[in-house]
Design a protein around this ligand. Structure first.
Ligand code: AMP
Ligand code: MG
Length: 329
């Protein structure tokens, strides 16, 4: 598998726990995952490791079953691919295409993070023309793709995987867990002293270990998208990995980062990407019309907007010069 080491870990974890636990670092889903379980539980850790390895084999557009399906224009979808395809289709509709699983050709054309390549306008137009939903036909468990369409679940697969990890944890005796897949975090239960885990959101303008605020959470997914995760610079311009499905170019968002605190991993992941593309005002309007998630929007103007569900509990890093505001329903 092509291992894309995350260029940054989006979130730092203050997951201190006095009791000894089980800790694993894994290379899965084209990134690095860390699993911390309290109290010690090797059996649950083994199950999680097997699950994530199987999911990578299926969902990776680089060397998973998905690549085969893309290369051959279709094929039989396994359980993970089928379920994730249907969730993705729903999230694509819900976000008016700002998150889209149909952008594989465009994503592979840019390949931000692997090469510093600015495609020509006509290449972008051609790749973008493949994105229409009607180019994919899913029936029974068979998918067929036409007109050069390729699927890509890079913006949702890690969140979806954490949903499945949660399933294992709920069935286990683990009383507290912090799972991070490429910086997308799920917190289960609580610390052994009964406190919630504190999840820190990284400062997008700082180094890997600098945080901007922390959130005490339980049974939540914390998923962030930002232009600082994978990018290159040319002629003083930054080209990053979150693409605007309207233009085919990196999204020109007024956000540095969009962090979604969600009750569902796959949805939170799709939303982090979509709301980053939409930008601050549209993201807040989107939140006002829906339930099940809260937002931390970090603007280029160094304003941090928290939606009201997080306003009471967040802990700002006093050393950082950001302005805070709260968005109400
Ligand atoms: P995330 O870090 O969750 O925002 O996902 C970003 C990754 O998803 C990129 O590296 C691309 O592989 C893919 N991607 C980029 N733009 C989009 C988009 N608008 N919709 C769906 N996937 C995207
Ligand atoms: Mg995402």
């Amino acid at each position: 598998m092509k291992k894309l080491l995350p260029l940054i870990l989006i979130l730092l974890l203050f997951a201190s726990c006095t009791a000894s636990g089980t800790e694993r670092t894994l290379y899965v889903m084209d990134t690095v995952a860390t699993v911390k379980l309290f109290p010690e539980n090797e059996k649950a850790a083994d199950e999680i490791e097997t699950l994530l390895s199987d999911m990578s084999d299926s969902l990776s557009a680089y060397d998973g079953k998905l690549k085969e399906i893309n290369d051959t224009g279709g094929g039989e979808m396994d359980e993970y691919l089928s379920e994730l395809y249907l969730i993705s289709k729903r999230m694509c509709d819900a976000t008016s295409g700002a998150f889209s699983p149909y952008l594989g050709s465009l994503i592979e054309l840019w390949s931000v993070g692997e090469k510093n390549y600015i495609p020509a306008d006509d290449e972008i137009k051609k790749a973008l023309a493949t994105k229409h939903e009607a180019n994919a036909n899913f029936s029974g468990n068979m998918l067929s793709l036409k007109n050069g369409q390729r699927l890509n679940f890079g913006a949702i697969a890690k969140g979806y995987a954490t949903d499945k990890v949660r399933g294992i944890l709920i069935e286990s005796d683990v009383s507290g867990a912090v799972v991070s897949i490429g910086g997308n975090v799920y917190v289960h239960g609580e610390k052994d002293n009964g406190e919630k885990f504190l999840v820190a959101v990284r400062d997008p303008q700082g180094s890997e270990n600098e945080w901007i605020l922390a959130l005490p959470l339980s049974e939540r997914f914390v998923i962030t998208s930002g232009d600082y995760e994978r990018f290159f610079e040319e002629d003083g311009r930054k080209y990053h990995h979150i693409l605007d499905p309207e233009t085919g170019y990196p999204a020109e968002s007024d956000l540095l980062a969009c962090c979604v605190v969600s009750e569902n991993g796959a949805e939170g992941d799709a939303l982090s990407t979509a709301l980053y593309v939409m930008g601050k005002e549209t993201a807040i309007s989107f939140w006002r019309e829906r339930e099940g998630f809260e937002l931390v929007l970090i603007g280029r103007d160094r304003t941090v907007t928290l939606t009201e569900g997080l306003a009471e509990s967040f802990v700002p890093n006093e050393e950082k010069e950001y302005t805070y505001e709260v968005a109400k329903r």
